[in-house]
Design a protein around this ligand. Structure first.
Ligand code: ATP
Ligand code: F6P
Ligand code: MG
Length: 488
């Protein structure tokens, strides 16, 4: 096997087209480090079965649908406990920071990092950085113990606070160095993981034995490579309540239309899955699939048809849908949040007005439209049971990785197995729905909505897209498509 020696990309190649996109390790830049037996070897829960420890050569395949002659393809290092670790328990000083928007399950991840460090590795010094990245240099830290975090998984939000903006790499790494912190757990979305990547680079430049581990958090499910993000199932579940309400309202009045806006800035996964789960939805609009309102094959024509057939309809939109239509008719504001993310205009409100205007004023048709915007309600709640288990595994994987000397990685589930993924793979693109994937076809056939696109448009719309990760089980797109950088 050959290592390409690049400090940013650690690519190892093997037989039959095997590629390991590896993560950095302390030994890449610090010579002669001591190692210690993993304390789990003396832990009754782990010590009896040797296989609980991950073999150093274990890797996880990114692509599992293969043909007889397919190359073995890209792999990631398998997550889990190693026989030897690079820290003595009493010398570990860990910190946890949460950045970006809320997501169900953040508190569970915090809890399980703290409990994992204490219970599996005997680590006693864990601190929370208050209020996101800027907390490293502008706020006090919060001591975290198993007792303090015991019940936090039952609450939404993050007990240590979060924020956007305020990423000052030098100040953050100075603070890490000054406080003697040697394990940094960073929970956040694509922006946060970009921030984590530069923190890792600076730590490495200074030659510090400080592990930087990212835990991907994104309600929008817009992080690539991983199967899905924690909290996603919870959000989809909660979205059902809004869709149900919209359906009840719509069916209870003449030509009732229930319009529900769900989160999803650039990726419409929540809207798509909530629609598929509900079966009461007649139309789902997402940022990835362009549509138009007027004329043959447009949304208004479809609404009219549906109202004539059923007397009511439910429309679900992702917040990032239709922004092109909005900017054609409203002045573009170009406002950004503190992290530089474009602030979107309220397409739901705009569409409600346009539908009312079209049917009431122009078509002289009675309609009763109710606009439901449960935006923050789907992300400010505690995670459901399955997400809690997922959060636990992510947190424990991060702890095992840091203790084993890995750094500069994000943990994630890839095809059902937990893996360490290099930051560059996580931050280079956003995960988006590919409308040539069979899952979008399932949605179209479940709602019966028009695709709003010709076959040629579909090919155009997707020719630069990365196939979505395994949330969509059987992608039929070509894995060699170009990556597309989507700027926030
Ligand atoms: N390119 C970048 N380099 C360094 N730091 C960044 C970068 N992009 C974003 N950050 C920092 O990461 C933090 C979170 O970013 P952001 O607000 O975009 O949320 P996010 O992590 O993408 O989560 P969400 O899923 O809510 O969008 C902020 O403190 C921001 O300053
Ligand atoms: O209002 P905030 O907290 O900036 O968050 C809103 C954004 O956060 C997200 O939920 C991503 O975390 C987007 O879907 C949404 O646009
Ligand atoms: Mg983001």
């Amino acid at each position: 096997m050959a290592n390409n020696g690049n400090s940013k990309l650690k690519i190892v190649t093997g037989d039959a087209g095997y590629v390991l996109e590896d993560v950095p390790h302390f030994t890449d830049y610090i010579p002669d480090l001591h190692t210690y037996p993993n304390p789990l070897q003396d832990n009754p829960a782990y010590s009896v079965v040797k296989q609980y420890f991950v073999n150093d050569d274990d890797t996880v395949a990114q692509k599992i649908v293969v043909h007889k002659n397919s190359p073995r393809g890209t792999h990631f290092r398998r997550a889990g406990p190693r026989q030897r670790v690079y820290f003595e328990s009493d010398e570990v000083h860990a910190c946890i920071v949460t950045c970006g928007g809320l997501c169900p399950g953040i508190n569970t991840v915090i809890r399980e990092i703290v409990c994992g460090l204490y219970n599996m590795y005997g680590v006693k010094r864990v601190e929370g950085i208050e209020g996101g990245y800027r907390g490293f240099y502008a706020r006090n830290t919060i001591p975290l113990t198993p007792k303090i975090v015991n019940d936090i998984h039952k609450r939404g939000g993050t007990i240590i606070g979060t924020s956007r903006g305020g990423h000052d790499t030098t100040k953050i790494v100075d603070s890490i160095q000054d406080r003697g912190i040697n394990q940094v757990y960073i929970i956040g979305g694509d922006g946060t993981q970009k921030g984590a990547a530069v923190i890792y680079e600076e730590i490495r430049r200074r030659g510090l034995q400080v592990a930087v581990a990212g835990i991907p958090k994104t309600i929008d499910n817009d992080i690539p490579v991983i199967d899905k993000s924690f909290g996603f199932d919870t959000a989809v579940e909660e979205a059902q309540r809004a869709i149900n309400a919209a359906h009840v309202e719509a069916t209870s009045s003449e030509n009732g239309i229930g319009l529900v806006k769900l989160m999803g800035r650039y990726s419409g996964f929540i809207a798509m899955y909530a629609t598929l789960a509900s079966r009461d939805v007649d139309c789902c609009l997402i940022p990835e699939s362009p549509f138009y309102l007027e004329g043959a094959g447009g949304l208004f024509e479809y609404i009219e048809k549906r109202l004539k057939e059923n007397g009511h309809m439910v429309i679900v939109i992702a917040e990032g849908a239709g922004q092109d239509l909005l900017s054609e008719s409203l002045q573009s504001t170009d406002q950004q949040d503190a992290s530089g993310n474009k602030l979107l205009q309220d397409f739901g409100l705009w569409l409600s007005r346009r539908i009312k205007d079209h049917f009431s004023r122009r078509k002289k048709m009675t309609i009763n439209l109710k606009y439901i915007d449960p935006t923050y309600m789907i992300r400010a709640i505690p995670s459901i049971a399955s997400d809690n288990v997922y959060c636990t595994l992510l947190a424990q994987s991060a702890v095992h990785g840091a203790m084993a000397g890995y750094t500069g990685f994000t943990v994630g589930q890839v095809n059902g197995r937990h893996a360490y993924i290099p930051f560059n793979r996580i931050i280079e693109i956003q995960n988006r729905i590919v409308i040539t994937d069979r899952m979008w076809a399932r949605l179209l056939s479940s709602t019966n909505q028009p695709s709003f696109l010709s076959a040629k448009d579909v090919i155009e719309a997707n020719k630069e897209e990365e196939p979505p990760t395994q949330l969509l089980d059987d992608t039929c797109t070509d894995n060699k498509l170009n990556h597309k950088e989507i700027m926030c």
